[in-house]
Design a protein around this ligand. Sequence first.
Ligand SMILES: [Zn+2]
Length: 301
Amino acid sequence: MRVLVVALVVQLVLGTVFVALAATGSLPFTHGPRLSAERAPAGPARLKADRFDAAAALRWVRRQVAYGPRPAGSPASRALAARLRAALPHGRYEPVPGGLRNVVGEVRGREPGSYVVVGAHYDTKDAPGFLGANDGAAGTAAVLELARRLKPRQARPTVVFALFDGEESPAGTPDSEFERRGLRGSRAAARRYRGAEAMVLLDFIGQPRVTLPREGYSDRTLWARLRAAARAVGAISAFPDRAGPFIQDDHLPFARAGVPAIDLIDWDFPCFHKPCDDLSGISERSLDQVGESVARLLRTL
Ligand SMILES: [Zn+2]
């Protein structure tokens, strides 16, 4: 995924102005809104729902990381894909140009013909020693556990659970070519599933005190429904009511195809594409906040 630098710069400028106003007491608000750099408070330790097994999701993060670096097309990636396929309900491969493959499962809904897509990417950035515990594995683990706990007919639409291959662009690709050379699995899936009513992408969701403002391209109405679901399960502290940066990610091909799409991504992640993106940075509580919220959302769509 790639963040739009322009959007970030605009946000930085606005943030600086805001901080300056706050520091001089010139803000036109009676209550000071939270500064964007602040992390969400921990909130209550226990959530109000238990449809998602965060401990099991954390085990899936560990299992993926145990394969080592998993760049698209590598033997490790292909071995992992076989395991993911076996774990997903009605798991199958779907071809992606360039010899890659998405791993896709589904759980039938009550209403024939309607469906939504829940996705994450299972490949890792092609960089030496890069494990992608948060950037790849955490979202994939949550998608798997959501799929394994959802029973047929619990949701109105059928839920297609899609694990994308080739989200990361090949090593050495300039940032400016990311949308054309990365997002390979999601571009193929968006062609196949362009009739989806909604698309929910899970990306950087594992870091402690996960904080998920609405990513810039994300559909406002669907995001509001996600926040309502998060509030209902007691996880609203992870979803502050503000906009985050615009990020080119696997939801974008769906959004461009006209599918309302949202990206759950905590961009404030110091280990982005660095060797420190390992198991030590994964929080079971964060996985639970996201997993329970999305589990609830799927049952209310
Ligand atoms: Zn990445």
